[in-house]
Write a protein that binds this ligand. Structure first.
Ligand code: 0L1
Ligand code: MG
Length: 262
C-alpha cells in the first residue's frame, strides 16, 4: 500500500466522475507514481461502493487482459478483474450511444452464468465447470477513461478494468457440450469480417480465466455468486467503434450476438 485511505477515496471520486462525464483523465500513476496493483484494487473497491450507494446493482465480474494478444496490445503483463453492474448490461437490440463513453472499443468473449457460488480461495477449473449453469456469447464494450487509452496495470484496475457496457445474446449452452479450447468465432463490423478467433486465446481455456477471477475477487473480500455473469476475457483484440457501426460476434455452437452504435 502506497497511498492513504483519503487518497484512495479521492482517486475513486476522480475516476467515477470521469466515467459519468465520459471525460478522459491522465492515468493515476502520473500523480501517484508508486500506486501499486493492490492500491488500484483499493480504488476499484471504493468505486464499486460509490455505484452501489447510488443504487446500481452488482450483477457480475469480468476478467480483463487474459490473452497474450491483449496484454501486448495494452502493454501490461498480468490479467485483472472488474465488477459489472446492472446499468452496464445492454439488452440485445438496444442502440448504444457512443457519446456516453470516451473512446469505446468492442471485443468478443464467452460469458459464464453461475448456477452456484464459486470458492473465493483456491478456485479451480473443476469448480468452475461444476458451478456454471450455462455459457452465452458476449460482446464487451470497454472504455478506458485514460487519455489515448494509455495506462499501466494499477491505473487500469482503478478504472474498473475499463468496464463500460456488455451485451449477451445467442443460445444459452451447457458448458459440457462445448469444446472450451477450440470454440471459434468470427467478428463482423458493418458486414465485413474484422477478425476470427478461438477460445484458447483466453488462457488456453476461458474456464481458467473464470477460476482466476474467482481467486482475484476473493482477495478483494468478495465472491462470485450464483446468478452472476462472468465475462471470461477477450478472445479477440479490442476494436474501436463509432456512431453508425453494427458489430456482430458469430460464435460456433453459441450463436450470434449483435450490437449497434449511435
Ligand atoms: O476486458 C479487457 O480485457 C479490458 C481490460 C482493461 C484493458 C483495456 O482497456 O484494454
Ligand atoms: Mg474484456
Amino acid at each position: 500500500m502506497t497511498v492513504s485511505d483519503a487518497d484512495v477515496a479521492r482517486l475513486a471520486a476522480h475516476v467515477h466522475k470521469a466515467q459519468l462525464d465520459a471525460q478522459a483523465i491522465p492515468k493515476l500513476t502520473n500523480e501517484h507514481p508508486d500506486l501499486s496493483v493492490e492500491d488500484g484494487y483499493r480504488v476499484q473497491v471504493a468505486l464499486q461502493r460509490r455505484y452501489l450507494e447510488a443504487g446500481h446493482r452488482l450483477v457480475g465480474w469480468k476478467a480483463g487482459l487474459t490473452s497474450q494478444a491483449k496484454m501486448r496490445q495494452m502493454g501490461v503483463s498480468e490479467p485483472s478483474v472488474g465488477f459489472l453492474t446492472d446499468r452496464m448490461a445492454v439488452p440485445e437490440g438496444t442502440v448504444v450511444e457512443t457519446s456516453t463513453m470516451v473512446h469505446p472499443r468492442v471485443e468478443c468473449e464467452v460469458a459464464f452464468v453461475l448456477g452456484a457460488d464459486l470458492p473465493a480461495k483456491g478456485c479451480t477449473v473443476e469448480d468452475v465447470l461444476a458451478a456454471t449453469a450455462y455459457v452465452v456469447p458476449a460482446i464487451e464494450i470497454i472504455d478506458s477513461r485514460y487519455e489515448a487509452f494509455k495506462f499501466d496495470l494499477p491505473s487500469v484496475i482503478a478504472d474498473n478494468s475499463s468496464s463500460a457496457r456488455f451485451v449477451v445474446g445467442g443460445n444459452p449452452t451447457r458448458l459440457e457440450t462445448v469444446d472450451r479450447t477450440t470454440l471459434g468465432l468470427a467478428m463482423v463490423k458493418n458486414g465485413e469480417l474484422l477478425t476470427t478467433g478461438a477460445s484458447a486465446a483466453v488462457m488456453g481455456d476461458p474456464a481458467a480465466a473464470v477460476a482466476l477471477t474467482a481467486n482475484l475477487v476473493g482477495r478483494l473480500g468478495q465472491q462470485l455468486r450464483r446468478g452472476m455473469i462472468i465475462l471470461s476475457g477477450g478472445i479477440t483484440a479490442a476494436f474501436p467503434v463509432a456512431p453508425g457501426d453494427h458489430v456482430s460476434a458469430r460464435f460456433q455452437s453459441l450463436g450470434v450476438v449483435d450490437v449497434r452504435f449511435a
